[in-house]
Design a protein around this ligand. Structure first.
Ligand SMILES: Cc1cc2nc3c(=O)[nH]c(=O)nc-3n(C[C@H](O)[C@H](O)[C@H](O)COP(=O)(O)OP(=O)(O)OC[C@H]3O[C@@H](n4cnc5c(N)ncnc54)[C@H](O)[C@@H]3O)c2cc1C
Length: 431
């Protein structure tokens, strides 16, 4: 049986490896070197477009747990990365050239692997689409024709997400503007002095240098908070930090108020409303912690603004990664709304498992929810009116009823349970 994979990036190569091991013929379509995205530079498979870091290996981080789950799933990307690693402390960083060579050597060792350098411009049956955040414009158009324009995004403008327990509630209060609706927002007031010093640090903070193609198109719809701040000392007070309708018994009338919106039902993570930003990650830590209630806040995901094609997956995809409308078409990688190299690769394994079962007319099996990969797949497929890409983090796990001594003990329990669940899942697939 033959399966078509479109896109020879992290997700596409990982999916190809799984299917080849299962005995399928794989035609992998990659448009490079005939057509290049604005960020890719090489003609080899599995190019790391930016950093050479695949992030932390510590099991007490979402990234570390993700890697261990992928190890159990016999991940190609993890295998190739560990054989091309360069010293980088607690993170897995690679020599990108050797990494790409390792990937190609393994894939080309399968006689049923066929690489076709061609830009695909249409969706077709029995395929995995893994064309990433910079999907070519012709294929983007074909996807839009199937999904509708409103369900295919071109840019990311994301505000940081912080952990609920790291908010200093002695310096914040629950409530909505003018008391309308349920008081789900957390409001973080600032005095005049605090606001002025926050404004100064924000306008002076170091930002990420945008690529030309991003500069051209990005700011049309949505300004980063630092740009709003630069446009005048009071602009933020008339924008996302406006204090009107947020007077409180304890804090009285505030000069400015930062609002936090619940990011999940459990309320253990919060989005800083209107804080889409291009600040470098350490600068987000430094500057946003000047907001009194956020003085010790822990970032689950940093804010970002960049070109990123992704589907409104909760509306379009099942938890197996295929189109609800056309179940023989699967999607994988960043295009489904996961964020990051390893997350993209992991979703390639999920799509490959399911398309292989689909082709063999076997029932599709959900990835166990109590794992980091399962939690990510749940995130991308469950209802969400404000769907934005997500990386692997412990905030994806629902808070549980068990009381732990501390965060570290909770993480140990999550890790043990996740790895056990992935092992059981792999056994189930082998039956
Ligand atoms: C500029 C930029 C920088 C990033 N930096 C990082 C980072 O430092 N760390 C991190 O963890 N994540 C980063 N990401 C996010 C993301 O993790 C990576 O983009 C990751 O490579 C996504 O994997 P993927 O397999 O989904 O897509 P990709 O790795 O991009 O693979 C998609 C492949 O599909 C091909 N393709 C596209 N359209 C077609 C078509 N029509 N026909 C045939 N082939 C096609 C492309 O040429 C490409 O090879 C970055 C993203 C961008 C855009």
């Amino acid at each position: 049986m033959k399966i078509k994979i479109v896109g020879g990036g992290l997700a596409g190569c990982e999916a190809a490896f799984y299917l080849l091991k299962k005995g399928f013929h794989v035609d992998l379509y990659e448009m490079r070197p005939l057509v290049f995205s604005p960020a890719h530079r090489t003609s080899k498979l599995c190019e790391l477009v930016c950093s050479n870091s695949l992030k932390s290996i510590s099991l007490h981080t979402g990234q570390g747990l993700l890697k261990e789950e992928m190890r159990i799933l016999d991940s190609l990307v993890l295998y190739a990365a560990e054989r091309s690693k360069v010293p980088a402390g607690e993170s897995l960083s690679v020599d990108r050239g050797i990494f790409q060579e390792n990937i190609e050597k393994i894939l080309f060792s399968f006689p049923k692997f066929n690489l076709i350098n061609q830009e695909i411009t249409d969706l077709s049956e029995n395929s995995i689409i893994a064309t990433g955040p910079l999907t070519s414009s012709k294929l983007s158009q074909a996807i839009i024709n199937t999904t509708g324009k409103e369900n295919f995004h071109f840019f990311d403008a994301i505000s940081p997400i912080i952990s609920g327990e790291s908010i200093n509630m002695k310096k914040a209060f629950f409530g909505t503007r003018y008391g309308k609706g349920s008081p789900d927002f957390i409001n973080c007031p600032l005095s005049k002095e605090e606001y002025i010093s926050f404004h100064k640090e924000l306008v002076d903070a170091k930002t990420v240098i945008l690529k030309e193609f991003e500069k051209r198109e990005l700011f049309n719809s949505c300004l980063p908070i630092e740009e709003i701040a630069r446009s005048g000392i009071d602009s933020m007070r008339f924008g996302p930090l406006r204090p009107v309708g947020l007077t409180n018994d304890v804090f009285g009338k505030s000069y400015a108020v930062v609002q936090l919106r619940k990011e999940n039902i459990e309320g253990d993570s919060y989005n800083i409303v209107g804080f889409q930003t291009n600040l470098k990650y350490p600068e987000q830590n430094r500057v946003f912690q000047l907001i009194p209630a956020l003085e010790n806040c822990e970032f689950i995901r940093y804010g970002a603004m960049h070109r990123n094609n992704y589907l409104d997956s909760p509306k379009l995809l099942s938890s197996f990664g295929n189109l609800l409308k056309n179940p023989s078409i699967f999607f994988a990688g960043q295009i489904i709304g996961v964020e990051g190299y390893m997350e993209s690769a992991a979703s390639g394994i999920v799509a490959a498992i399911n398309i292989s079962r689909f082709m063999r007319k076997e029932c599709l099996i959900d990835f166990p929810k109590n794992t980091i990969i399962g939690a990510l797949m749940k995130y991308v497929s469950q209802e969400n009116n404000n769907f934005q890409p997500m990386n692997a983090n412990f905030g994806l796990f629902p808070s549980d009823s068990i009381k732990y001594k501390d965060k570290s003990q909770r993480k140990d329990a999550i890790v043990m349970n996740s790895l056990k669940n992935v092992r059981e899942y792999v056994k189930l697939l082998e039956v």
